[in-house]
Design a protein around this ligand. Sequence first.
Ligand SMILES: Nc1nc2c(c(=O)[nH]1)N[C@@H](CN(C=O)c1ccc(C(=O)N[C@@H](CCC(=O)O)C(=O)O)cc1)CN2
Length: 286
Amino acid sequence: MTASIIDGKALAQQIRAEVLGRTQALKARGIQPALSIIMVGDDPASAVYTKHKVNDSTETGLAATLERYPATLTQDELLARIEALNNDPAVHGILVQLPLPRHMDSQRVIETIAPAKDVDGFHVANAGALMVGRPGFWPCTPHGCMKMLESIGYDLRGKHAVVIGRSNIVGKPMAMMLLGRNATVTICHSATRDLKAMTLQADVVVAAVGKRNVLTADMVKPGAVVIDVGMNTNEAGKLCGDVDFAGVSEVAGWITPVPGGVGPMTRAMLLVNTLEAAERAANRAH
Ligand SMILES: Nc1nc2c(c(=O)[nH]1)N[C@@H](CN(C=O)c1ccc(C(=O)N[C@@H](CCC(=O)O)C(=O)O)cc1)CN2
């Protein structure tokens, strides 16, 4: 079997076109959706990602500003800046690029962002909303994965989904979203005794570990859907995921590539969340 590719790049392009239409509708009501991005320090990857986020926003009619601060910025200074953005009615979405310098408490920083402007969906209020099925912002990466499953018309009801990884920003919310679509969900992690025994039972595997070759062909049930959230570099310095793409493609039914899979969808869902934040603010005001 050779797996079909779920093309995240093409799907993200479709989503951006939809966002552009909705942005124009908001602008016609006199509202300019706006995203504020904060980056602290000089991590080269973060510099690339934040630049992409600004470009994506511009392409879809959202106003985005990128504020870059040196790694010497104190946490109190950062929190004060977030508070100012919280109180600015012209700003609908606030995003603090991760990772932050080591002297900062990322969770504290995230929880300073007003939940209604937390377009990353990382605030505990948004995490709680997802957990109990209330409206809120969903984290962009797992939300993008759900959109990819939706794009192939995959019905999760009664299916067994295995999520490898238990981070607050991908693994746990991913599991909640799959559960919300009536999948039977198993979360595997570094202390899981027999990962292969778990993944071999899975109709859907989401690999979100941050380590190459976590999932190999012998660990996958024929026909399964495999979603690769990983973003690693191989020995040739090339971007690769957590999944052995060549091997797993021979067994899986569907697979997402890296690059061109979950990454572009993460960026697209940020635009959707920002637009949603602006729409909700507009509806609250009227
Ligand atoms: N505040 C946040 N920080 C971080 C997040 C996040 O969602 N919010 N996620 C990651 C990084 N990230 C977004 O910020 C991200 C990384 C990569 C991509 C992407 O499009 N990847 C491309 C390849 C890009 C390349 O060539 O380097 C792909 O996979 O095709 C999107 C978003 C950590 N920080």
